[in-house]
Structures are given as C-alpha cells and as structure tokens.
Design a protein around this ligand. Structure first.
Ligand code: GLV
Ligand code: MN
Ligand code: MN
Length: 422
C-alpha cells in the first residue's frame, strides 16, 4: 500500500492545524528565546496532557493512563481484538528545551490519526497515540522511565526513590500526578500487564545537522546508538579555605577535576564519533571559603558500537578511582541502553512512503536516545526524522518549519495506515 500515495489521506494532514497545536503547547512552559521548560509530572505537564486529551476526545479518541503515567489516545480499528499500532513520543522538555523535541511526535501522531479519520481510511487495527512519561530525564534521571517500564526493561518501582533538585521523590510525584488524573481510565502497564503492540513508529525532529545539510526531507531511522548514564559522588572533607594547608585537604572539587580530566583521556576519540558529556555538577557546601566536602557530577556517554559502549563504559569507575588523590568516590550507573537496530519492516515502510510522496529521504542512525529503543524487543519499530535548523536541539533555538513537520506527519499517516491494516 505504501508504494502508492494515498492522496486523500496525505491531503487530510493539515500543516496549519498541526503547527497551531504545537504553538499552543509551546505556551505551556514558555521561556525566553522561544524555548520551553516543561518538566515531567508538573502542573504544566498536566495542563499540556489535558489539552492533548481534549483535542483527541473531540475527534472521538479515548484516553487512558497506565501506572507509570504513560498516556494513550486510542483510535478503534474495525476488527476487535487485534493488537494496536503505537505511535507517539514525549511531552516533557529539557530545562532549557525547544518547542519540538518530543511534543512533535505526539502532535504528529494525533494529526495523522485525525487525517485517517477525516479521509475515511479505515484501519483493521486500533492505533494508539502515546505520550511517554519522563523521556528527557531532566527532572528525574534517567530518561525513558515510562517506556522502560512499559517494555518490562525495569520494574515499575525502580525509580521511586530518585529525587529532583527540590528533594521530591519520583514515586511521590508520580502518585500525586496519578491522583490528579484519577478521572482518566486506567490501563494495564505495557507488556508487563498486557499484550505487545503490533508495531511502533515515532516521529521526531532529527536534533542534528545531517538532513538540513543535504537538503533532505525525511530521515529513515535505522537504529539508535548506545547510551550509558552514571552519577558520581566525590566525598572529601570541608575545611577553612584560609587556614588549611592545601597539602592537608581532602578537597572534593580538586579530585572531581582530576577525575573528569582522566575521563576525558579515557573517552578521547580522534574520529569524533564517541560522545562524552559532563553537564551537571553539584558542590557542597557550595561556599567560596569552605573546601568542598562533596561534589556530584553526571556522565552521559554514547557510542554506536556495542564493544566500545561496553569497554569504555566499564572502565569509567576504575579511571575515576585511580584519578583521586585525597577523596573517595561512589559511582552509580543509572541508565544503560545498548546500541539498537530496528528490524527492516518499519524503516522499509517509512522509506516507501517517503518515496511515494516524492520526498527525499536518507537512512540514518539516531544519535539521541528515544523511547523507540525500548520497543525494539516488543514489536517491529521505527522512527521518522524531519530536519531542524542548524541541527540545534536541547536549546530554545530549536526550530523546524511547519512544512518540514507536516512532511514527516504525512509519511507517518501513510505508514500508520499500512501497519494498521497488516
Ligand atoms: C534525549 O533527550 C537524549 O538525550 O538523547
Ligand atoms: Mn525527544
Ligand atoms: Mn530530548
């Protein structure tokens, strides 16, 4: 079916309606420079979810929420009992995030389903548009908690004790959130409590420079590189900055600097493929004239090659321990996602739909992680990328044009029609 354009379906995707919805969403948590700060499980997140539900219910879709807060809008198929096709992404943002990362995939899913319904394209299977809980990991680390729990990758209580910067526990924030959404139907948690979906397809901005640089419309995502997150604590002793000789100190800041310098050497990669980031640091007591007794920092390490993800990731703790001169370190791994390849079924359908619609596409891996990677063991999975300006993302300046976003949604609509009738 995706070899030919479904003209009425493609025409039913509204570039304007989708853009207006994205701009409505962008008001919730708007920050200077056109950005968005909408952390998961906050009142702003709930406001955005209520708006998404209202748009879906106006179309006749039904909302449900599972015990991780993953939110689903369901379009019924014509044959009872068939597994649904799942599409969507996340509605939370980075603290200094943009208007498209995540929310585009959710709004595109809604727009594609609306187009199917308006074009009178029947589907045998149901289609569910999902908004996964806490993909970003900006408030509660790590990200992808909702999809990991859905997929049975980790038990649902795994992250309950994780705290945000205000010492709110994830488990408490989730309980409060579910209480606020008690009026929404509750559903079983993914494959832990229910059946597997038939397929999963997620639309997303590329978050990198490749599509724009080559003047392409669609990225046919083939897989996702591996990621590992660690949290590191360096424990020293607080002392008077004016009186304590440097030789007598257990200065946690100085040992943190030694550890990060050693990690930079471990992660050196002349080919510039490896990604190594230390971007979050907390210092205690955080006072100019007290030697630091505790430094916490984050590590985000990624690579497409499983062997490198294992070898360099497994070396991290030893490298930190050997770099310390006066302090002790505690290293926790908080997120482990090995490199993932999508089975051909969904990428092939994406490529065919792009070709049928006269769009220029490229097969490419994803450097960012996505909820899609946790669907891979459950069902055929794929992603559709659209270009973004200058490849900028996780930044208020993130931008994709209305027509670029609509092109991705037209491909999504056609792929959903094919998958939901297979
Ligand atoms: C997702 O937000 C990522 O950091 O890749
Ligand atoms: Mn995202
Ligand atoms: Mn992101």
């Amino acid at each position: 079916m995706a070899d030919v354009v479904a003209p009425n379906l493609v025409a039913a995707v509204s570039e304007l309606r989708q853009w207006e919805r994205l701009m409505e969403m962008a008001k919730l948590g708007a920050i200077p420079g056109d950005g968005v700060n909408r952390a998961c499980l906050t009142p702003l997140d709930r406001q955005a979810r209520r708006m998404f539900i209202a748009w879906g219910e106006a179309l006749g879709l039904t909302a449900s929420v599972d015990r991780l807060g993953n939110l689903f809008l369901r379009h019924e198929g014509s044959e009872a009992g068939l597994a649904p096709v799942l599409t969507g992404s996340h509605m939370d943002s980075q603290p200094k995030g943009g208007r498209f990362d995540g929310i585009y995939g959710v709004i595109a899913g809604l727009e594609a389903v609306q187009a199917l319904r308006e074009a009178g394209v029947a589907t045998r299977r149901p289609i569910e548009v999902v908004a996964w809980t806490n993909e970003e990991g900006g408030r509660f680390a790590p990200g992808c908690m909702g999809s990991m729990a859905y997929a049975g990758f980790a038990p649902p209580g795994t992250w309950d004790a994780i705290e945000d910067t205000q010492a709110v526990r994830f488990g408490d924030a989730l309980a409060e959130h579910l209480a606020e959404e008690a009026d929404i139907a509750r559903r079983p948690l993914g494959v832990v409590e229910g059946p597997a979906p038939h397929a999963y397809v997620e639309a997303h901005i590329e978050q990198g420079p490749i599509l724009e640089g080559r003047d392409l419309d669609i990225g046919v995502v083939t897989g996702i590189q591996g990621s590992r997150w660690f949290s590191v604590e360096i424990h020293g002793r607080s002392d008077h900055a004016g009186t304590t000789p440097v030789s007598m100190r257990q200065d946690a800041m100085q040992d943190a600097i030694r550890a990060i310098t050693a990690l930079n050497a471990l992660m050196r990669d002349p080919s510039d493929v490896l990604r190594f980031t230390v971007a979050r640091m907390e210092v205690f007591p955080n006072s100019s004239n007290s030697v630091a007794d505790l430094v916490r920092f984050s590590i985000d390490f990624r690579h497409p090659d499983r062997a490198v993800v294992l070898a360099r990731g497994n070396a991290i703790e030893g490298v930190i321990q050997s770099a310390l001169l006066h302090c002790t370190a505690v290293v926790h791994e908080r997120f482990t996602a090995m490199p993932t390849q999508f089975q051909p079924l969904v990428p092939d359908a994406v490529e065919r739909a792009a070709r049928a619609q006269g769009l220029a596409s490229l097969r490419m891996p994803s450097g960012a992680f996505h909820d899609a990677q946790f669907m891979v063991p459950l069902c055929p999975t794929g992603m559709i990328f659209v270009p973004c300006r200058d490849g900028i993302s996780h930044n208020p300046a993130e931008y994709s044009a209305p027509d670029q976003l609509a092109a991705g949604t037209r491909v999504l609509a056609q792929v959903l029609a094919e998958l939901a009738n297979s």
